[in-house]
Design a protein around this ligand. Structure first.
Ligand code: GLN
Length: 282
C-alpha cells in the first residue's frame, strides 16, 4: 500500500466521523507519528510503498479515530506553548486557550518566585512556565494519580523536574509549605449538564477533569476561599482559566474575597482568564 492509497482509504473511513474536522491533517499526523517522519518528507514520498511494519499500526490508529478516540491520545502527545507534552487516557488534553494562563504567569511571577498549579493534570501549565522561567519553582497538585504520571513524564522530558514538586492530593487538603507568589489553575469548570451532553470524542477524557458541578463554579469557590488570603503572598496573584460563560461569575467570586480583578481574552477573542490580585493591606 502506498502513502497515497492509505490516505484515500483513511479519508473514506473518517468521512462520516463528525468530530474529525480536518481529516487530511489528522491522517498526516498519524502517518508521520507512526513512520517517524516530518510532514515535508511525507509530501515527497507520498507515491511510495509504506514499509510493511507500519501498515497495521496505521490502520489501527485510523480505526481508533473512527471509534472517536481523540487524535492526541492516539499519538500520545500534543504541542502546548510550543513544547511537546505527553498525554493519554487519564489526563485532560492540553488546549491552546490555556496558553494564555502560562503567558500571564511568566509575566507576573516575581524573580525567584514560587507558584502552585492546582488541578495540574498533564502538568502542561507548570512545565511550560518552568521551561520559560529558569529562576522559578512550582508545586503541581492533582487528585488524580494517573494524570500525575504524565505530569512527571513531561517535567522530566523538559528537564524541569528538580524545580517542580508534584503532589497527589485534593486541592482542599493541600497545605503549601512555601506561601506562593502565584496560584494558577485550570480547574474543572464545565457545568454537569453540559458534561452529560459532550460529544463522544470528549467522553474519552476523564469526567473529573471537566465537571465543575451544577453551576461550573465549585472549584473556584474552594480555591478562592482557601487560596486568596492565607496561602498567597501579599501582592500575589490568583490566575484562573474559566468557561466562556462563567468567567464573570469567577470574577465576582474573587471580588467577594476582596481581590483586585481583571478578565483577559484568549487567542479566539473569548473572555477566558480571570486574574485576582491580593491587595497589600495598609
Ligand atoms: N477547556 C475545556 C473544554 O474543552 C474545559 C477544561 C476544564 O474544565 N478545565 O471545555
Amino acid at each position: 500500500m502506498t502513502y497515497n492509497e492509505f490516505r484515500t482509504e483513511a479519508q473514506r473511513k473518517l468521512r462520516d466521523c463528525t468530530d474529525v474536522e480536518n481529516p487530511d491533517f489528522e491522517i498526516s499526523t498519524i502517518i508521520c507519528h507512526i513512520c517517524g517522519i516530518g510532514k515535508a518528507r511525507l509530501l515527497a514520498i507520498r507515491g511510495e510503498e509504506i514499509p510493511e511494519k507500519f501498515v497495521s499500526p496505521m490502520l489501527e490508529a485510523i480505526e481508533r479515530r473512527v471509534q472517536h478516540e481523540p487524535l492526541q491520545y492516539i499519538i500520545g502527545e500534543w504541542e502546548f506553548f510550543g513544547l511537546r507534552m505527553f498525554c493519554g487516557q487519564g489526563c485532560l488534553i492540553p488546549r491552546p486557550e490555556t496558553e494564555l494562563l502560562v503567558e500571564k504567569a511568566i509575566e507576573l511571577i516575581p524573580k525567584g518566585g514560587h507558584f502552585v498549579d492546582l488541578c495540574t493534570g498533564s502538568g502542561c501549565i507548570s512545565v511550560a512556565i518552568l521551561n520559560n522561567r529558569k529562576d522559578v519553582t512550582g508545586t503541581a497538585v492533582d487528585i488524580s494519580a494517573s494524570a500525575l504520571e504524565y505530569a512527571k513524564k513531561n517535567a522530566q522530558y523538559h528537564k524541569v523536574e528538580k524545580r517542580l514538586e508534584i503532589v497527589n492530593m485534593p486541592l482542599e487538603k493541600y497545605l503549601p509549605i512555601t506561601v506562593p507568589d502565584c496560584i494558577i489553575s485550570n480547574p474543572p469548570y464545565v457545568k454537569t449538564e453540559d458534561v452529560d451532553a459532550f460529544p463522544p470524542v470528549m467522553k474519552f477524557e476523564p469526567r473529573i477533569a471537566f465537571d465543575g458541578g451544577h453551576d461550573g463554579l465549585e472549584f473556584y469557590k474552594t480555591i478562592a476561599k482557601r487560596y486568596s488570603s492565607r496561602f498567597l503572598k501579599e501582592g500575589g496573584f490568583l490566575l484562573l482559566e474559566a468557561g466562556y460563560d462563567t468567567v464573570r461569575e469567577v470574577e465576582a467570586i474573587l471580588k467577594y474575597r476582596k481581590m483586585q480583578t481583571e478578565v483577559l481574552e484568549d487567542m479566539f477573542g473569548v473572555e477566558r482568564v480571570c486574574i485576582g490580585k491580593k491587595v497589600v493591606s495598609e
